[in-house]
Ligand binder design. Sequence first.
Ligand SMILES: [Zn+2]
Ligand SMILES: [Zn+2]
Length: 405
Amino acid sequence: MLPNIKNSWTSLVAAGVAIGVIISATVGHQAQAQDNVSIGRTPVAIVDGQYPASYFPNTELLGADEMRITALGTGMPNQTRAAVSISYLVELGNGDKFLFDLGSGSLGNLFSLRPDFSKLDKVFASHLHVDHVGDFMAMHVASWLSGRYTPIHVYGPTGSTPELGTRAFVESMRKGYAWDLATRSGALPDLGAQIDVHEFNYKQENEIVYQENGVTIRSWPAIHSLDGSVSYGLEWDGLKYVFGGDTYPNKWYIEYAKDADVASHEAFLPPKALAEYFGWDLGQATYVSTRIHTEPQAFGKVMSAVKPRLAVGYHSVQSPENNAAIMDGVRKTYDGPLALARDLMVINVTKDTIKVRMATVDEYVLPPDVSEAYKKAPRTDEKQPGKFTLSGKWQGYTPPPMPKK
Ligand SMILES: [Zn+2]
Ligand SMILES: [Zn+2]
């Protein structure tokens, strides 16, 4: 018999941060190996829902019917060491991996998980604010350097005009980084250079934007600043994760997030905390917090309507007092299972269990070993500067001979 999940909810308040934790009594799930990379330890299966207190990357096999959601960034455009800009990684028991947003600063947290980059080739953008897509080009290049030798796929909405859409954004980034990309193209495996953009109409209401390998991702509109912010629902194997784009509380989220196991949605700083943080007057802060974004009490109302197995709030400046203010607001309108996300918070989801904990990562993480894959991947040329630049080589230095091929 399953425990009553609502009753088993507990709230931990540690360092000013509350995390809702739900653990069921018995879960047996078949584990399977998915990743090509390892850090020298053999990953083990989790038996009966007995997760270690911390998540140590690459030490746990994900169950065949299990989903792991990692918050890579939960903060604001104004980053801190505690919270970089928004990004979520979703890993599935079938081996698939998806990134939702790649806000500025989030790439370091992704690397700290030492993932298998050959499988990290799908990025879904909720909207084109820098705190949601700022690390996109950094990811393209860094993953290409780290074993992604196939095209990267970017999914994102149109805007009200073509130049405000995801395709134009990616094309402009490609142009802006022409020098960087020209240095690497050919020197790195060819296919990794390719960026495939899948732009879809922001007005789609719960329509499919991705469907492969048993995974369906749908999109619906959000209301934020301009046309062209969206939310996503990922469904796989009877589980559903919802990633909410920045928004004023909207009817589409209430309707389409309804059967989510984990529903994430912004829980923005309340007006007073926002005013203090930015030094704004209360009018400006109230406008941003309650007209452009979703303040904590509104987030609570949304989650009271959606009733997910776990509600996840994010998008704030992490500090003990701000987190307390957010929790205060949410709890005025919502008493269900809740986690206020922090960077590197990990959520394991099965049909029976939702486990919330933090990842423990190394400060000096090495990139994955990609030497074998690199040897096999086609490369077409080598790069060097032109005659003029080369004529400036200092004759006082002779480099060591190149190793024989
Ligand atoms: Zn935004
Ligand atoms: Zn944002």
